[in-house]
Write a protein that binds this ligand. Structure first.
Ligand SMILES: *[C@@H]1O[C@H](CO)[C@@H](O)[C@H](O)[C@H]1NC(C)=O
Ligand SMILES: *[C@@H]1O[C@H](CO)[C@@H](O)[C@H](O)[C@H]1NC(C)=O
Length: 402
């Protein structure tokens, strides 16, 4: 996730950070099973605050800014969509445009460490917003029932949305893979394949595996050892899907930091999701878009094209932070966390990547407060929206995503 891009550069000078980040990334991801008791209380508090905010908002009719575009719903003008009980009737925000190829997403509170405080209501609200920005999302893991929550929210909102669901594979915990495989299977059985674009098995597994063993090379002997574990999981998921005799082919992919794709994994996957963050390469906001597209092309697209199975590569995450918890981390070399710089990145990346035919998942929808609490620095500040789902002071680019 956002904090692993030292690694995505594969720069040995950042090894110390990599190892730190490697540990950190385990916490970020939904499949993490290590309990952090102190933070459960924090997580619950956050959940309560957020759900209170949500209550406040859904009870208020003040935010009916999009009543003009919402007027297409001829159903009795019941004072704006947000007060309707039908989640498919909601206010459209004229500031939002469906310009993003895809968006990285995790329903808030989808962490076992935080007591699985996610909710259908919160997920519906997010899907309503997401549907005004993109028609594709990617999830990272399947714990806390998030696959079903997202598919149920799509069903109820009736929006056009494809989901790359995720199984977060945990090094040393085969049960985590199996548990998530079962809930993904159940979710596909319940909701069908209509909104499923793929099943991503593994998120930064290779990154964590090799850096956790003092290696920096996903194709080293140690890397191949980790790859054997992950490859077995990818093949197992392929078999599960084949055995389900579904009405369409669902591709099975993998996600990792940009520089940490193992060749055997690439040969086993139908698609790859690669984290590419210019912020951690210390570029200026002005140079970020070019850096991201060049890095992705050299490190991921070209190597994939050389393989017999030619897996389709996507950028799994790219974005720009707007702030830092502490002033010392507000800059990373020439990279400066600010709202104007987020605007520069949006203006130079989104429509350009669309035109270039690059599939990407923008990182990310909202500021994640738990990351700010837990990790500090820029970690909790990558959202287009604040944690309260207010658009930051940016103009969303206006170009139709492919
Ligand atoms: C998962 O979420 C779905 C959709 O909201 C719900 O129908 C189902 O009961 C949930 N399952 C569990 C185990 O919470
Ligand atoms: C980026 O800048 C920071 C200081 O802001 C420095 O510690 C780090 O080594 C730099 N990283 C790279 C890859 O240049």
């Amino acid at each position: 996730m956002s904090d692993t891009h030292y690694q995505s550069l594969g720069m040995s000078s950042a090894l110390e950070k990599q190892q730190k980040q490697s540990r950190r990334s385990k916490w970020i991801v939904v499949g993490s099973v290590i309990a952090l008791v102190v933070l459960i209380a924090v997580g619950v508090t956050v959940g309560v605050v957020v759900s209170n905010n949500n209550k406040e908002k859904s009870g208020s009719s003040s935010s009916s800014s999009g009543s003009s575009s919402g007027s297409s719903g001829s159903s009795s003008g019941s004072s704006g969509g947000s007060s309707s009980n039908d989640p498919s009737v909601f206010d459209k925000d004229p500031n939002l445009h469906k310009s993003f190829y895809g968006m990285a997403y995790t329903p808030e509170g989808s962490l076992p460490d935080y007591g699985c405080s996610n909710s259908l209501a919160g997920t519906i609200k997010d899907i309503q917003i997401l549907s005004q920005l993109t028609s594709r999302i990617r999830l990272y893991g399947a714990d806390c029932n998030q696959t079903a929550l997202v598919l149920e929210a799509i069903k109820q909102t009736k929006v056009d949305m494809q989901v790359f669901v995720g199984n977060y594979v945990v090094d040393g915990d085969p049960g985590a893979y199996e548990r998530q495989r079962e809930v993904i299977k159940e979710a596909i059985e319940t909701y069908g394949t209509e909104h499923i674009a793929g099943v991503t098995v593994g998120n930064e597994f290779m990154l964590n595996y090799v850096t956790g063993r003092s290696s920096n090379d996903a194709n080293s002997a140690i890397g191949n050892e980790g790859a054997a574990i992950l490859k077995a999981n990818i093949e197992d998921t392929k078999k599960m899907i084949a055995d389900m005799n579904l009405d369409k082919t669902i591709p099975v992919g993998n996600s990792d930091a940009g520089s940490f794709f193992n060749t055997q994994i690439m040969e086993a996957m139908d698609y790859g999701l690669s984290n590419v963050h210019a912020w951690f390469a210390n570029t200026t906001a002005e140079d970020a878009s070019k850096w991201v597209t060049d890095f992705f092309d050299e490190t991921n697209v070209k190597p994939a094209a050389l393989l017999p199975n030619n897996p389709k590569m996507y950028i799994a995450e790219t974005g720009w932070p707007t702030d830092s918890k502490d002033t010392s981390n507000k800059n990373n070399g020439a990279a400066d966390a600010s709202v104007p710089n987020l605007q520069i990145f949006l203006d130079t990346f989104v429509c350009q990547a669309n035109s270039a035919g690059i599939g990407y998942f923008y990182f990310e929808l909202v500021d994640e407060e738990w990351k700010d609490i837990k990790y500090g620095g820029v970690e909790g500040h990558w959202g287009l929206f604040t944690k309260d789902r207010k658009l930051k002071d940016v103009k969303i680019p206006d170009c139709a995503a492919p």
